[in-house]
Write a protein that binds this ligand. Structure first.
Ligand code: PXP
Length: 244
């Protein structure tokens, strides 16, 4: 069965909006685990806009399944990952003004630097995954850089299946073809295959059905739905607290 890692960055975003202690990322991780998630994903960004270093440390001791730490290829992050030793690290590109990760890492352009990072992380006992666009040359470069896994960026597929746009079925079919080809190539090269970015309750099925894809990383859509499906209960509980 395909595995789901729940990305809980948005729980930390909500907490950091007030610099409060709630909502707790630990509680979120435990609830996701109880609901059947295979693992938890967090992104420790250079600007610390949501997940904090301490969150990563505490989650490392709480999450007994699979903790996937997304991070940029910097000396600072490599040192943190080597200290915390999450189950896996996913190397992602990062730029200061982006709202979210905007695409895959250009492994071809930074192969030497990425290979060095991969070696250091693997030496610390961490599985290394690289987030890449669905481009065959990037899969091959990831393999040469020593990655044990790739995560294929589904951002374009998500964009093409966005219900606000008019249906673009030919382009969706074409993008799914690209995702499949890249997944297959990674499998042939002996790498594990994950996918993620912009996946939703509406568009996830076709990606989950791609044969070599073993793991999905999904955040925004799950946390967005959780906020709404939990709202009625939250209001009811506040009314009860008010009225004793
Ligand atoms: N995979 C990677 C590498 C990401 O950077 C993100 C976003 O943090 C995701 C998956 C999850 O994307 P979304 O929040 O759109 O589900």
């Amino acid at each position: 069965m395909i595995r789901l890692n729940v990305n809980i960055d948005h729980i930390a975003t909500l907490r950091q909006a007030r610099k409060a202690f709630e909502p707790s990322v630990v509680a979120a991780a435990i609830l996701a685990d109880l609901a059947g998630a295979s693992g938890i994903t967090i992104h420790l960004r250079g600007d610390r806009r949501h997940i904090q270093d301490d969150d990563a440390r505490v989650l490392r001791s709480v999450v007994k399944t699979h903790l996937n730490l997304e991070m940029a290829v910097t000396d600072e992050m490599i040192a943190i990952a080597a200290e915390i030793t999450p189950t896996a690290v996913t190397l992602v590109p990062e730029s200061p003004n982006e709202i979210t990760t905007e695409g895959g890492l250009n492994v071809l352009a930074h192969e030497v630097e990425i290979k060095k990072a991969t070696g250091a992380l693997q030496h610390a006992g961490v599985l290394v995954s690289i987030f890449i666009d669905p481009v065959l040359e990037q899969v091959e470069a990831s393999c040469r850089a020593g990655a044990q896994q790739i995560e294929i960026c589904t951002a374009r597929y998500a964009d093409l299946t966005d219900p606000r746009h008019s249906p673009q079925s030919a382009l969706v079919t074409e993008e799914l073809f690209r995702l499949r080809a890249v997944a297959r190539r990674a499998g042939e090269l002996g790498m594990q295959v994950a996918a993620g970015h912009g996946l939703t309750y509406r568009n996830v099925r076709a990606v989950a059905a791609i044969e070599p894809v073993e793991e999905l990383n999904i955040g925004h859509n799950i946390i967005a739905r959780a906020a709404l499906v939990g709202l009625e209960r939250a209001v009811t509980e506040m009314l009860a607290a008010m009225n004793g």
